[in-house]
Design a binder for this molecule. Structure first.
Ligand SMILES: [Zn+2]
Length: 240
């Protein structure tokens, strides 16, 4: 365990914004902090799980004090303890486990259908908004915000997810592709490319290198620029 101590009071404003912004029935587990808490009512928090180590317990105690000052009650009477991780992999496993509990709990805001169960096979990175920002030299630069839009199969409500959240709920593969006309440009991991070459599946005529835009000149996300992609041509009718 890291011996780092979090000064919750120094981050009071951030914690306040986060707690106030949480929906009832949602979870929170700050990265690497070793605990998972749930908001069960407007001003009521419940500690669900934590690592049974004094740095974590001390940190929780500091958070409880701050939350109390912010008008919250925090209950830890039903907390479940996890053993102190024996390695960094083990610590990562616990961190991922807490994250997974959070992701499994994401729901359609309109009807409650679980986000993880929504089909994303037809979801592609979508330009949500372009905003103007100042760069370090004070120049106005355009910044593109990309997201993934999931449609609820139960009620049709559209949920716009950040790339990071979508990656947590549906994995990385669908984020690393674009659709241009009737062609999907899918980037692969090095391992997948190696496997393709070694199995004889690789066909150079079905791959292309993306530039700064799509082949038809549309904007594409920064992380897709310069990617060597497999071209998957959709049959008629397969397209939306
Ligand atoms: Zn819904």
């Amino acid at each position: 365990m890291e011996e780092e101590n979090v000064d919750w009071m120094k981050n009071a404003e951030w914690v306040k914004n986060h707690l106030d912004g949480m929906n009832v029935d949602s979870y929170w587990s700050p990265d690497g902090m070793g605990f998972l808490l749930k908001k069960v009512e407007d001003k009521k928090l419940v500690l669900v799980r934590c690592i049974n180590h004094y740095t974590v317990l001390r940190s929780i105690s500091g958070l409880k004090t701050l939350a109390f000052d912010l008008g919250y009650t925090v209950s830890d009477s039903d907390i479940e303890f996890d053993d102190v991780p024996e390695s960094s992999e083990d610590a990562q496993r616990i961190n991922d486990l807490y994250k997974q509990i959070i992701v499994d709990n994401w729901k359609c805001e309109s009807c409650g259908f679980p986000i993880v169960e929504m089909d994303a096979s037809n979801v592609f990175p979508t330009l949500i908004e372009t905003t103007e920002m100042l760069d370090e030299d004070g120049n106005v630069v355009e910044y593109d915000w990309w997201g993934m839009i999931l449609v609820c199969p139960s009620c049709g409500h559209e949920t716009t997810m950040t790339i990071e959240n979508f990656t947590n709920s549906h994995g990385e593969v669908l984020v690393h592709r674009i659709k241009d006309g009737n062609t999907i440009y899918q980037a692969h991991t090095r391992q997948v490319l190696v496997d393709m070459v070694e199995s004889g599946e690789y066909d150079a005529s079905k791959f292309c290198l993306l530039g700064s835009t799509s082949p038809s000149g549309e904007k594409i996300p920064m992380w897709m620029q310069g990617q060597y992609c497999e071209m998957i041509v959709l049959e008629d009718g397969e397209e939306e």
